[in-house]
Design a protein around this ligand. Structure first.
Ligand SMILES: C[S@@+](CC[C@H](N)C(=O)[O-])C[C@H]1O[C@@H](n2cnc3c(N)ncnc32)[C@H](O)[C@@H]1O
Length: 396
């Protein structure tokens, strides 16, 4: 990645200022911005120095601020309420797809409304020490520095190039937080204890290091997500280091935290070859294709299950569920007489398990995100329904 100068001319700066004010007004009206302090920080922090380029499509060249033909597009995008992908990397594809290249995005600047909603929910006060996991473009870090002062802010990212660029951009705009290129799952012990930890990448469970590096009363705000679903959880750490709290009442999805050592995944083609069972279901699999509440509920019951989408051999659109033990289910998303065809194989009947979760969820009154929460100690973690020590909880 290259460093691009992002200075605006007078007319551009005027437009950017106007757009920033419009966004602030909109976010104040809809409740994403709630306090004068964050409104002030938002209005004082340009986004464009942190997003000199973005990728509208993963496999196409970026829109660059230095491209005169796309300059206006760039500026409009930066001052809109959009997530902008800021780094993409090629990924290896299976032999069947070569020589095509696969791409994945590895960093993005989150849409400002969500950034602000999260910062408001973090409930920071003057003098708080904050650790951000996922520096990315540096924009969120700049807002934190603007609000609390650079000396209160530490931000880490696993990608050293992003940290270098963010460091330059932040310094050019008067911010000098502590930055480090390191795996955020380890926190950053040198700056501990923190009063707040905010993660802008998703975790499967709360890293023990975060619990160990927070002060009593601290808040941890992070997306907790598995392959089927998740959203932000806001946990409060008590004096003995236990963190407890609910999920937020809305869906949100950040990119998954990358680990330096990836867990082994079995080779799908070597999985069990037992006789498949066929059945039909009247439960619509579509909600599991989308990001949403039902996937979130299923995630905690079936934490090792992943999903995929495709077409069956006879051309029906389908949802695939699969687990490391070789269990697989294919559920056609179109219907015959209101029912979906299901094919299951392997040691567990995955769709049957999803149906049981559906029944549980119906019986519980279709609880939404905020009725679920997390309790985490360094030794064990659970997702709970309604109360941390009630009858309904699932190990994370
Ligand atoms: C959504 S982006 C962050 C957005 C950022 N806060 C901003 O304002 O632009 C998520 C970031 O998490 C980083 N990340 C992924 N895995 C990580 C890990 N294990 N430790 C620290 N950062 C990680 C990615 O490199 C990426 O930059």
């Amino acid at each position: 990645m290259t460093h691009y100068p992002t200075d605006l001319d007078q007319a551009e700066a005027q437009l950017a200022r106007q757009r920033l004010t419009e966004l602030a007004d909109r976010f104040t009206e809809n409740g994403d911005l709630r306090t004068a302090q964050w409104r002030q920080a938002f209005l004082c922090t340009w986004r464009h120095p942190y997003v000199p380029a973005y990728y509208p499509y993963l496999d196409q060249p970026p829109v660059l601020c230095i491209d005169p033909e796309r300059r206006e597009t760039w500026l409009n995008a930066v001052y809109s309420d959009e997530t902008l992908v800021t780094k993409v990397q090629p990924i290896p594809l299976s032999r069947a797809f070569r020589p095509a290249t696969g791409w994945m995005y590895t960093s993005s600047s989150t849409l400002p409304s969500l950034v602000l909603r999260m910062l408001e929910s973090l409930d920071v006060h003057d003098g708080h020490r904050v650790l951000e996991i996922g520096t990315g473009s540096g924009y969120n870090c700049a807002l934190l520095c603007q609000r609390l002062g650079s000396e209160q802010v530490t931000s880490v990212d696993i990608d050293p190039e992003l940290v270098d660029l963010a460091s330059e951009r932040l310094a050019a705009n008067g911010h000098t937080p502590t930055l480090a290129a390191t795996d955020g799952a380890e926190g950053y012990p040198d700056g501990a204890p923190y009063d707040r930890i905010i993660s802008t990448c998703a975790v499967r469970s709360i890293p023990a290091a975060w619990l160990n590096q927070t002060a009593p009363g601290a808040i941890i705000l992070t997306d907790v997500h598995g392959p089927l679903g998740g959203t932000l959880a806001r946990l409060t750490v008590d004096a003995d280091g236990t963190a407890t709290g609910p999920f937020v009442p809305y869906w949100s999805g950040f990119m998954q935290m990358r680990r330096t050592v990836q867990p082994e995944t079995p080779n799908r083609h070597q999985w069990g070859d037992d006789e498949p069972t066929r059945s039909t279901t009247d439960i619509d699999p579509a909600p599991l294709r989308e990001h949403g509440l039902f996937g979130f509920v299923v995630q905690w019951h079936l934490p090792d299950v992943s999903r995929g989408f495709g077409t069956t051999d006879d051309g029906h659109p389908a949802l695939y569920l699969f687990a490391p033990d070789g269990s697989e289910a294919t559920i056609e998303t179109d219907t015959t007489n209101g029912r979906h065809q299901v094919t299951e194989t392997g040691p567990r009947r995955l769709w049957r398990a999803v149906e049981q979760v559906h029944q549980f969820w119906q019986n519980a009154g279709q609880p939404s995100y905020e009725r679920f929460g997390i309790i985490a100690t360094p030794a064990e973690q659970y997702v709970w329904l309604d109360t941390p020590n009630g009858p309904h909880r699932w190990s994370l």
